[in-house]
Design a protein around this ligand. Structure first.
Ligand SMILES: CC(C)(COP(=O)(O)OP(=O)(O)OC[C@H]1O[C@@H](n2cnc3c(N)ncnc32)[C@H](O)[C@@H]1OP(=O)(O)O)[C@@H](O)C(=O)NCCC(=O)NCCS
Length: 239
């Protein structure tokens, strides 16, 4: 695998010093830097594995400590700003995702934004493939973009909020919730296992420049086969 330094020197080589000065004359320093950044991005290679987990809501789920605070369903610009504060999406992206059917949840502890996450019904955005959606049966929800604010991590807040949301979904007749976690994300893997999630599919995501593709392997029944059927070999071009 090439290093970032090698890729950068490749970009400079491709420009050549003469071409570099011409480019700066023509596009300015900022414009040239932007073009170089795009070339580096397009040369970039990404290869990562993640696991799809599912929790069956009507099974004997482990009980964890309830999260103390106010759990709010964000519905206006002021609450969307809280996502920004926690380090999740900008208020604009949160508003767009809400319009697209997502449910944005925020936990306030002593008035401070401490945790946020999204629930989706029917379809949910695939973060690595902008504009692409995962489609699931009506009785399944997806849990996306869970973030605990750094000062609140390690206190079991994520699990406490998820458990409350799952109890509510179970009362509404929802059968299960699925979520995807990068295999390198140890805190997140530990947090989801604590509330009863189990692996149902393994996913490999490969990106070369603007082109990407997903490869899936089923690990268990439940929603595993549906996720595999929807995402396996799905390709995407970034614009
Ligand atoms: C994943 C995440 C939401 C878990 O939230 P949380 O409220 O801290 O959850 P928990 O308190 O149950 O902690 C889970 C694990 O995080 C780790 N952890 C504990 N304190 C931590 C700290 N201060 N900072 C980072 N990780 C910590 C521990 O491994 C812990 O597991 P353990 O309790 O079995 O030791 C949180 O770590 C986070 O926001 N991470 C960054 C965003 C992210 O990766 N989101 C998930 C996308 S799938």
């Amino acid at each position: 695998m090439t290093t970032v330094r090698e890729r950068l020197s490749g970009v400079v080589d491709r420009f050549g010093m003469g071409r570099l000065t011409t480019a700066v004359d023509r596009h300015g320093i900022l414009g040239t830097a932007r073009a170089a950044a795009h070339m580096v991005r397009d040369a970039a290679h990404q290869d990562e594995t993640s696991t799809w987990f599912e929790v069956l809501l009507d099974q004997n789920r482990p009980r964890v400590a309830a999260a103390q605070g106010d759990l709010v369903l964000a519905a206006d610009d002021d609450t969307f700003e809280l996502f920004n504060a926690i380090g999740s999406q900008s208020a604009g992206v949160a508003r767009d995702r809400r319009s697209a059917g997502g449910e944005p949840w925020v936990l306030l502890v002593d008035g401070k934004p401490a945790f946020c996450c999204w629930l989706y019904a029917g379809r949910s955005p695939i973060n690595s493939m902008a504009g692409e959606w995962l489609h699931l049966p009506p009785a399944v929800r997806t849990l996306e973009d869970s973030i605990t604010a750094p000062d609140f991590r390690g206190r079991g807040l994520a699990g406490g909020v998820w458990m409350a949301l799952f109890d509510d979904l179970e009362r509404q007749g929802v059968r299960s919730v699925v979520t995807n976690v990068l295999d390198t994300n140890v805190p997140s893997t530990k947090a989801v296992l604590k509330v009863g999630f189990a692996p149902v599919a393994s996913m490999r995501y490969v990106r070369v420049g603007p082109w990407s593709r997903q490869y899936l392997t089923p690990l268990a029944a439940g929603s595993g086969p549906a996720i595999v059927a929807d995402l396996h070999h799905r390709t995407h071009w970034r614009r």
